[in-house]
Design a binder for this molecule. Structure first.
Ligand code: SAM
Length: 382
C-alpha cells in the first residue's frame, strides 16, 4: 500500500509563511505559539509532570524559542547565508532558500519512493489508532518541515514532532497535530524513551556526531512495533555503470568540474565530523544491533543527474529533472562551507560555474545514489 501524489510542483516563493526570525518575525509569533515547543513551559514540562501523553522528559536539551528575540542567537550569517548557530558539524544553510531546496528534494524523494516512506505496512500498523496512547512520529532534522506536515495530514490522529537545530521556513500552515522543537539530537534523545511509533531521519547524518550511538537511542525511543526510517543521499558521483568516480585533477583526462566540486564538498563535510561517512554504513549497523530489530530492509536507487537516460518515462524524467535542480541549488548552498574550509572565492566560483554548465548541458551521464533503510522493532503497542 503506497500513497499517491499530485504531480504538480512549483518552487517555493519567497513570501511563504515563515517561522524564521529572518523574515516576518511578528507574523510568525502567533504560529510559533502553536507549533514550537518552549522548554520549561510547554509539552516538555507537561510531560515530565505526567501530562496527557504520559512522557518522561528528564533531559533539559530543548531550546526555548521566541522568534523576535532568539533568531539572532539561533542563526548566524556566514558568507551571506544564514546558518544554525549551535552546531559546527552541520554546515548547510538554514534559510528560506535552503528550505526551498529541501522541499524540491522532498518532492523528488516522494516521487521516487511512490510515497512518504518505505515499509508502508509496518508504518501503518505502528500508527494505527489504539486505546491508551496517541500514536506519534519524530522527524529528526526536519528541515523545511514538509515531511512532518504531510505525515500530519496523512495521519490526522497521530502526533507528529519535527526536531531541528533551527526553526523551519514552513511552506504551509501545519495541521494541529504537528509541532516543531528546536534541539540538537547530539545532546541525546533519551528524554523521549518509549515515546514514538515512527522515527524518521532523512539526510541528517552529516549533523550527527556518533551515528551508531544515535541508532541505539532511536531504538530506545521507539515503542514496541515501532519503525525507524532513514534516507541518505550519497555525496559521490556515480557513472552510467553506477560506479563511484574518483577525483580527477584539472588537466588530467576525464576531469570534470562536477567531480571536482563534489569531492571538495565531501572533504569540507568530512572536516566537520564523521557523519558524512555514516550513510553507507547504516544498514550494516542495523544488522549489528541484532535482535533490537525484528526485521530490517534497505532500498538503493540511482537517480540520473538530469534526464540523460534513453527512453525515460515521464515520471523518471521529472524525478531526474528535480535531481538536477536540487544539484544546482546545492552548488549555491555549499559555497559558504567551501569558503570556510579555505578555498578561494575564485576557485569555488570557477568550479561552481563549470559544474552548473556541465549538468545543464548533460555533458556527462551521472547518477546520484540514494539509500533508504528501515528497521522494525519487535512487539506491538496496544
Ligand atoms: C539536509 S537537511 C534534511 C532535512 C529533511 N530531513 C529533508 O530530508 O528534507 C538536514 C537537517 O538536519 C538538521 N540537523 C543537522 N544536525 C542536526 C542535529 N544534530 N540535531 C537536529 N537537527 C539537525 C539541519 O538543521 C537540517 O535542517
Amino acid at each position: 500500500m503506497q500513497e499517491s501524489y499530485n504531480d504538480a510542483w512549483s518552487p517555493r516563493s519567497s513570501d511563504f509563511s515563515c517561522f524564521s526570525s529572518s523574515s516576518h518575525p511578528s507574523d510568525a509569533d502567533d504560529e510559533l505559539d502553536d507549533n514550537m515547543s518552549r522548554a520549561g513551559t510547554s509539552e516538555r514540562e507537561e510531560s515530565a509532570s505526567g501530562g496527557e501523553s504520559g512522557r518522561s522528559s528528564p533531559s533539559p536539551s530543548v531550546y526555548s524559542y521566541h522568534s523576535s528575540i532568539d533568531g539572532n542567537v539561533m542563526l548566524r550569517d556566514i558568507h551571506g547565508r544564514m546558518f544554525n548557530n549551535t552546531s559546527d558539524h552541520y554546515m548547510l544553510p538554514a534559510d528560506a532558500a535552503e528550505h526551498g531546496r529541501l522541499d524540491l528534494q522532498h518532492e523528488m524523494l516522494k516521487k521516487k519512493r511512490g510515497g512518504l516512506f518505505y515499509a508502508p505496512q509496518a508504518v501503518r500498523k505502528a500508527l494505527a489508532s489504539r486505546e491508551g496512547s496517541q500514536p506519534s512520529i519524530l522527524d529528526v532534522g526536519s528541515g523545511s518541515g514538509s515531511w512532518v506536515i504531510e505525515m500530519g495530514r496523512l495521519f490526522p490522529h497521530v502526533e507528529v514532532v519535527g526536531l531541528d537545530l533551527v526553526p523551519a521556513n514552513l511552506s504551509s500552515t501545519p495541521p494541529s497535530n504537528c509541532r516543531f522543537e528546536c534541539d540538537d539530537a547530539n545532546l541525546g534523545l533519551l528524554h523521549y524513551k518509549g515515546c514514538f511509533d515512527v522515527v524518521h531521519a532523512s539526510c541528517v547524518a552529516q549533523g550527527i556526531t556518533t551515528y551508531r550511538k544515535f541508532m541505539d537511542e532511536v531504538a530506545e525511543i521507539l515503542r514496541p512495533g515501532g519503525v525507524f526510517l532513514t534516507v541518505a543521499g550519497d555525496m559521490h558521483i556515480h557513472d552510467e555503470n553506477r560506479n563511484a568516480l574518483p577525483l580527477i585533477n584539472e588537466g588530467e583526462p576525464g576531469f570534470t568540474y562536477t567531480l571536482r566540486l563534489v569531492h571538495a564538498i565531501r572533504d569540507a563535510m568530512r572536516a566537520r565530523g564523521p557523519g558524512i561517512d555514516a550513510y553507507p554504513k547504516i544498514f550494516g549497523w542495523l544488522q549489528d544491533q541484532g535482535n533490537v530489530w525484528e526485521s530490517i530492509g534497505q532500498k538503493i536507487v540511482y537517480i540520473p543527474l538530469g534526464p540523460w537516460e534513453d527512453d525515460m518515462s515521464e515520471r523518471d524524467k521529472y524525478t531526474s529533472e528535480l535531481m538536477r535542480q536540487d544539484f544546482f541549488r546545492m552548488i549555491q548552498s555549499v559555497r559558504p562551507m567551501l569558503l570556510s574550509y579555505g578555498w578561494f572565492d575564485e576557485t569555488v566560483d570557477k568550479w561552481s560555474a563549470g559544474a552548473h554548465e556541465e549538468i545543464k548541458i548533460l555533458k556527462n551521464k551521472y547518477y546520484i545514489r540514494w539509500l533508504f533503510t528501515w528497521a522494525i522493532k519487535p512487539g506491538q503497542t496496544t
